[in-house]
Design a protein around this ligand. Structure first.
Ligand code: CU
Length: 126
């Protein structure tokens, strides 16, 4: 014997309070350094030299042309993956300490599509 229990809960519409959904891209922390990098079809990062302080960094990367690229910085554990042309992506990462962190496009590295993130202390006594 098969018992089919069709339970119908009768209640008011939206009787349960809904929590707001978490935004996909959250607002950056107040101390986040925001860096905008654009890429054209010239296989160059603009700027290719990025100066930051150690700490939280948000890179907003825009590919202005038709060509797909990546933003890959192994020393920082950053890999955007494929970014199609005409897209904008946001990369949040942490720069742990003073130093030079190379980055590159995985597709066009051999064409010189490389750059460097230079992290310097805020109050340098050098
Ligand atoms: Cu590229």
């Amino acid at each position: 014997m098969v018992l089919l229990a069709a339970v119908s809960v009768v209640g008011g519409c939206d009787s349960e309070p809904k929590k707001p959904a978490a935004p996909v891209t959250s607002a950056p922390a107040p101390d986040t350094q925001i860096v905008k990098v654009s890429i054209g079809d010239d296989m160059r990062f603009d700027p290719a030299s990025i100066s930051v302080r150690p700490g939280k960094v948000r890179v907003i990367l825009t590919t202005g042309g038709q060509v797909a690229h990546t933003f890959t910085a192994p020393g920082l554990g950053v890999n955007s993956g494929n970014i199609p042309g005409g897209k904008s992506v946001t990369l949040d990462f942490n720069v742990p300490k003073v130093g030079e962190y190379p980055f590159y496009c995985a597709y066009h590295r051999s064409q010189g599509m490389t750059g460097t993130i230079s992290a310097q202390a805020l109050a340098s006594t050098a």
